[in-house]
Write a protein that binds this ligand. Structure first.
Ligand SMILES: *Cc1c(COP(=O)(O)O)cnc(C)c1O
Length: 359
């Protein structure tokens, strides 16, 4: 048997059909593609952090429950006292744990479409079905379609990105309350962009026994750390926690997370500044007129170019040294769409200037 024949025989067909998550190289480009916080740490903060790392006992296993970091996360994220939390190596890992807890072939994961691509990827790897319910053309949630699809498919879990990636908008909270009331399965509200909006379902955890809320420190300024949080009723989390690999939060992540959260006022100030810059970038895009610009409660803005222009504009920006995200071709609803992350004021200005020249 050739190697390829062995692979074809052994690897699950749904894995062979997948494409690995692709991240383009950004060498020396202004990086406005991945919803990262544009500020790095000051020299003083770096020195203080390295001082903390000096005392790490790297030969020992970390605290498997990361209790000290859990306490800091609870405070930083304002988790209700009645909820439990689980930490993950990024919130991606928590999405995987939730899915694995429920995975039975034939069961369904549901989400609106377009949304965060990892929901489908993780459901597929877990051997579950995936039902994508189209958003309306303005990317608002189609409440009637969601409710009908829930009644028909009885999903084990529904993922709702709030605000939604890659569209940037918040779904109507009334629709989410209806879904929470009517769905028999779990409803996970993924609040990866919480630092950039005032909306949250975290305070509602007591009200619904099927609600779980996801948070991450990635978009707030620690994307390199890999640290996410799942909050929900203790009885659910007790089950989900059984799918967690021991020591999933390394000792370096634990002490660095604790250190960073002790300085969380810095990230709060940066999130505030990003919200101000988002408004400026939004006006700048709207002033260009040839674009359809979608409202955003996140740290990125989705916009649509004239038909057939998105890929050319994307490449033109890249040639000018600016990397954004080309969504054209990724989803029928995202024809001619590009997504730009809010960066430093001078990066946003360079982006707008280059874009103006390309239109
Ligand atoms: C970026 C993003 C995540 C992933 O967060 P990590 O904590 O970095 O794994 C999860 N959900 C949504 C909607 C995102 O946009």
């Amino acid at each position: 048997m050739t190697l390829q024949e062995k692979i074809d025989k052994l690897v699950r067909p749904e894995i062979r059909a997948l494409n690995a998550y692709h991240v383009p190289a950004a060498n020396n480009l202004i990086k406005l593609d991945a919803m990262e916080n544009p500020w790095s740490w000051s020299a003083g903060l770096r020195t203080a952090w390295l001082e903390v790392l000096r005392s790490v006992e790297i030969n020992r296993y970390p605290d498997p429950a990361a209790r000290e970091l859990q306490e800091r996360m609870r405070v930083a994220m304002q988790v209700p006292d009645t909820a439990d939390i689980i930490l993950g190596n990024g919130s991606d890992e928590l999405i995987q744990m939730i899915t694995q807890t429920l995975a039975v072939p034939g069961r369904v994961v549901m989400a609106p479409d377009p949304t965060f691509v990892m929901y489908r990827q993780i459901a597929t790897v877990a051997n579950m079905g995936y039902v994508a319910v189209p958003l309306r053309t303005d990317f608002s949630l189609d409440e009637a379609a969601m409710l009908a699809s829930i009644a028909e498919q009885q999903p084990a879990v529904i993922f709702l990105s709030y605000p939604n990636n890659p569209t940037g908008n918040l779904f109507a909270p009334g629709s989410l309350h209806k879904i929470l009331s009517l769905a028999a399965g779990l409803v996970v509200i993924d609040e990866a962009y919480a630092p950039f909006t005032d909306a949250s379902f975290l305070p509602e955890i007591d009200r619904y026994d099927n609600l779980l809320v996801l948070r991450t420190v990635s978009k707030m300024g620690l994307a390199g750390l890999r640290l996410g949080m799942l909050a929900g009723a203790p009885a659910w989390l007790e089950q989900i926690n059984k799918t967690r690999l021991p020591y999933n939060i390394s000792v370096i992540n634990q002490v660095t997370g604790q250190f960073a959260l002790a300085h969380r006022e810095l990230f709060a100030a940066q999130a505030h500044e990003i919200r101000t810059q988002r408004a400026a970038l939004m006006s700048g895009l709207q002033a260009l007129q040839q674009l359809t610009v979608y409202p955003s409660e996140a740290n990125f803005i989705l916009f649509r170019t004239a038909p057939g222009r998105a890929s050319g504009i994307f490449e033109g920006l890249k040639a000018a040294g600016i990397l954004i995200k080309n969504l054209h071709g990724s989803n029928d609803a995202l024809q001619d769409c590009l997504r730009v992350t809010v960066g430093l004021p001078e990066e946003n200005a360079a982006f707008l200037e280059a874009l103006r020249g390309l239109l």
